[in-house]
Design a protein around this ligand. Structure first.
Ligand SMILES: [Zn+2]
Length: 236
């Protein structure tokens, strides 16, 4: 079976809204759903935006090379349970996903299939509470507009994936203002205040990672690979 190579940072194009989701047709919807499911199963991801797939992969598995404005969530992702009509954990395709922020932001750790092919963790500011909406499609089960209040800071995946549909990743300029520089005292103070933890406790979490982590570099505006064990904790 051929492996999927997601488009990498800088190659994602913004995708326009689907004007009439109800006119998409079940065979097309099913093709995007199956592609998302196969990708998440074979590559162990919890979600993917349809425009992360290459035109070649889209041509092979869907009606054409152009993506639609939709995100697939795997059965493991909390959105799948929360937005399912019966609360079951089935994968779902969300067409025209929208996010309305309802709270302040907090730093959370993330990785992304379009940044270093998912091999790097980074810290980013995401809303703690937001309303997620869109047309939900599950083959043979559900096809309807739905809204859901997401309150857990653990999954900011709907926000992350919605950004991809706008052509953005965490290192795109417009989002980068929210990335944490692990060497920056001001960012540490901000994070510890937001999360109500001590700098020592956060240092322990970072050093436990045991794998290279990307840190935003405020000076260069890029992510850089760092070894958590060699990280100098800034004086706070
Ligand atoms: Zn991503």
């Amino acid at each position: 079976m051929n492996r999927f190579e997601l488009l990498q940072e800088g190659r994602l194009s913004p995708v326009p809204e689907v004007k009439h989701p109800e006119k998409l047709g079940h065979s097309a919807l099913r093709a995007y759903y199956e592609l998302g499911l196969r990708f998440c199963e074979t590559e162990s991801y919890d979600a993917v935006a349809i425009n992360q797939f290459s035109p070649e992969d889209l041509s092979r598995h869907t009606p054409g090379p152009d993506p639609i404005r939709a995100v697939f969530f795997s059965p493991n992702e909390s959105a799948s349970k929360n937005m399912h009509a019966d609360g079951k954990g089935e994968g779902l395709l969300v067409i025209n996903p929208r996010v309305r922020t309802k709270s302040n932001f907090a730093y959370i750790p993330e990785y992304c299939g379009s940044i270093m092919s998912g091999r790097a963790w980074y810290m980013i500011l995401r809303p703690k509470k937001f309303i997620f909406s869109g047309h939900i499609y599950i083959p043979g089960v559900q096809f309807e507009y739905k809204e859901h209040l997401c309150e857990s800071p653990v999954s900011s995946m709907p926000v992350h994936e919605r950004d991809h549909l706008d052509g953005l990743t965490a290192i795109s300029r417009t989002i980068a203002v929210g990335l944490m520089d692990l060497r920056d005292a001001e960012d540490w103070r901000h994070l510890c205040r937001q999360r109500g933890i001590t700098p020592e406790r956060f240092a322990g979490i970072v050093k436990n990672e045991n794998q290279p982590m990307h840190s935003f570099n405020k000076k260069t505006g890029r992510l850089e690979l760092i070894d958590p064990n060699e990280l100098q904790i800034p004086e706070i």
